[in-house]
Design a protein around this ligand. Sequence first.
Ligand code: TRP
Length: 346
Amino acid sequence: MRPNWQRAFGSRFVSLCQVTRVLSCIQPTGEMQLGNYFGALRNWVIGQYECDGFYGIVDLHALTVTDQPGVVGQATLELAAMFFAVGLDPEVATVFVQSHVPEHTQLSWIAECNVSYGELSRMTQFKDKSAKREGEFISAGLFSYPALMAADILLYDADEVPVGDDQRQHIEITRDIAIRFNSRFGDTFVVPRAVMPRAGARVMDLQDPTSKMSKSAATDAGLINMLDDPASILKKFKRAVTDSDNEVRYDREHKPGVSNLLDIHAAATGRTQQEVAGDYTQYGALKVATGEAVIELLRPVQARYAELIDDRAQLAALLRTGAEKARGVASATLARVYTNLGLLPA
Ligand code: TRP
């Protein structure tokens, strides 16, 4: 469908051989945290040199639950600055904002016409999110969300989509849409695969180390935001929940708090949990050292972020590069779709 040489020329780091196209997207809602970095962003930065990477900020998805003007736009700007601050390179990967590529919404409609009401009704994310909004405004967009997500993926002929478990069902429905379309209208879409993100640290809440560090936590005390200042990072680590047996040992099941610190320390320094554990006998020292390792890890990211967020012209230029690259691919896919549908050419 897409010749290999075409994929190869998509990225200057690859040779004339089969290159996997990988696509991943994040919604611009809430602040990026250490968990997002170790679980996603850092992998994208490494992956951009190995695969033909497409990384999107899906601002239109965020509209399913927003009714305030400007909020999504500001969050998009901040997330873009974070993408570049951690090291995504717009010359190497394709980094884009969803609304800058109108083909997303165009293909989304086609996807809606190739997915059934029943299939969309069975999405657990829709059931959860709509249940939480009981009595509030539940937009049709919240319901048809998976069709827009399918469009994000299918537009770029993505081979692989690294996602967490909560998004697997959305990749399944994307595959169903692609397969159905291909059988109705002829071979058009690459059928994507969900892949496990490469192993990164699974960062747990510092106050509740049995649950994932997430922006939906009850308090901020256990969360490390990427933009937290050094003093608050240190404070949060010093207050991290551990246990009372005073032994520094890696054991996720019996010592979740200490193990979380060891995971974070190891992920921040590139060492193993056991090596780190060998260096400490006291929880207090481990907490401080882990906090310091995270501060050092984030220091250059925060410095670059500060520069970028103050330089809107540069950010806009970086995103324009991404939008142009993305549109090049997206418009070709949409043209193929319209042709195979047999729509009357304009
Ligand atoms: N639904 C995803 C989430 O909430 C975000 C997303 C939208 C996405 N489009 C995508 C993820 C395409 C991967 C590929 O996390």
